[in-house]
Design a protein around this ligand. Structure first.
Ligand code: AMP
Length: 402
């Protein structure tokens, strides 16, 4: 199948050509014809499959006819990074179409967003909270929306946006086309899809297991040796661009600092950064000036860096879905990638869950020259901070399971 078979408007086809895409990805091949016909679509696909173009191209096609200067397509996404990525895709594909899109998300001033909306846009890409602010202040109207896209719907539910999304729905005309994309379908997400889609076509790419171009390995290690093992792994692996996940913001910052001290081009992406700092970290990682990005799940949501060669879970994610999402960042577009997870004894149950979801046992690896029994560094006695139970200095136990 080729992009020509979609019969896209020549100006949109030119945008596709400029990006050098050879052929549609499976989700594009399956979804685009239905979306072009105006059908509702339930797309079960994760980031990295090309799902953005699957909804952006047909939206642009629709906008080639009809009025300009009013919001005719609304894309709701869980994070500002994802919103920016979608906005960028619209700009890339729609370069010659004179379509205008605006992003709406919190953490930045409202003024410029209001200004942009006043100038007239056809597409709005928004995160739920700030969009509701605009609706509340009357600085946006959604009464002309013809197409509504919910992207990464499961993530939005995960992040507690479901009530906001339902409020937004009240501002969008009932007669519309709805496109619903989600990597997984937990109960709340399924219910939402059921409530808002009208006779949808379901398009599924693979299933919730990570793309099979990724090879997975577990590295059992004691908690206090994680950073040392991470360094050892980096030393021994030919890594192009590495995304490291930690459980907390504080740890993301600390690990990035330690890597920097060890001479790596590393930075962190976590919720404590200003929008400018986040953008600088992301741009630096995308362009390659940072080789390693240490991030929390929320900060990295929707992150699209096609060259990521390795994902390293410094901390095990809390759910199998989160694992799938993290791993979906590597091995994108059939490039191969490696996913390493540092695991402690506490992670045994989650390892079993993930293995069940993947339908395969994950390989356990040890690094031959690494000292797995090194003691935790002595620290001056101080009261343990709440929620930060520290290993006693003698807790140099090697992981129990292999
Ligand atoms: P997405 O899943 O939409 O985030 O897309 C993942 C990555 O794949 C992005 O970097 C896109 O630019 C790229 N991509 C999307 N469609 C194609 C295609 N048909 N051929 C090559 N790359 C693509």
């Amino acid at each position: 199948m080729s992009f020509e078979s979609f019969n896209l408007h020549p100006r949109i086809a030119a945008g596709v050509r400029a990006l050098d895409y050879e052929a549609p990805t499976p989700i594009q091949a399956k979804a685009i014809p239905h979306v072009l016909q105006g059908r509702d679509v339930l797309g079960l696909a994760q980031t990295g499959t090309g799902k953005t173009a699957a909804f952006v191209l047909p939206i642009l096609q629709r906008l080639m006819e009809g009025p300009r200067g009013r919001v005719r397509a609304l894309v709701v996404a869980p994070t500002r990074e994802l919103a920016e990525q979608i906005h960028k895709a619209i700009g890339d594909f729609g370069r010659q179409t004179r379509t205008r899109s605006a992003t709406i998300y919190g953490g930045v001033a409202m003024g410029p967003q209001i200004h942009k909306l006043r100038q007239g846009v056809e597409i709005v890409v928004a995160c739920p909270g700030r969009l509701l602010d605009h609706l509340g202040q009357g600085t946006i109207t959604l009464e002309h929306v013809e197409v509504l896209v919910l992207d990464e719907a499961d993530r939005m539910c995960d992040m507690g946006f479901l009530p906001d999304v339902r409020k937004i729905l009240k501002h969008v005309p009932a007669r519309r086309q709805t496109l619903f994309f989600s990597a997984t379908m937990p109960d709340d997400t399924r219910q939402l899809a059921h409530d808002i889609l009208h006779n949808p076509v379901t398009v599924q790419i693979g299933h919730t297991a990570p793309v099979n171009t990724v090879s997975h390995a577990l590295y059992p290690v004691a908690q206090h040796l994680k950073t040392a093992l991470l360094m050892e792994l980096l030393r021994h692996t030919d890594t192009e661009s590495v995304l490291v996940f930690t459980r907390t913001k504080h740890r993301a910052r600390r690990v990035a600092e330690q890597l920097k001290k060890a001479g790596y081009r590393a930075t962190s992406l976590q919720g404590n950064l200003s929008q400018n700092q986040r953008q600088a970290a992301l741009d630096g990682f995308r362009k390659g000036s940072f080789q390693i990005l240490v991030a929390t799940d929320i900060a990295a949501r929707g992150l699209d860096v096609s060259r990521i060669s390795h994902v390293i879970n410094y901390d095990m994610p809390d759910t199998a879905d989160a694992y799938t999402h993290r791993i979906g960042r590597t091995g994108r577009m059939a490039r191969t990638g490696d996913a390493f997870t540092l695991v402690t004894d506490d992670d045994t149950a989650m390892v079993r869950t993930i293995e069940r979801v993947l339908g395969a046992r994950l390989e356990r690896r040890t690094l031959p020259e690494f000292n797995y029994t090194a003691p935790a560094p002595e620290r001056p006695a101080q009261p343990a901070r709440r929620g930060q139970g520290r290993q006693p200095a003698t807790a140099a136990k090697a992981p129990r399971w292999r």
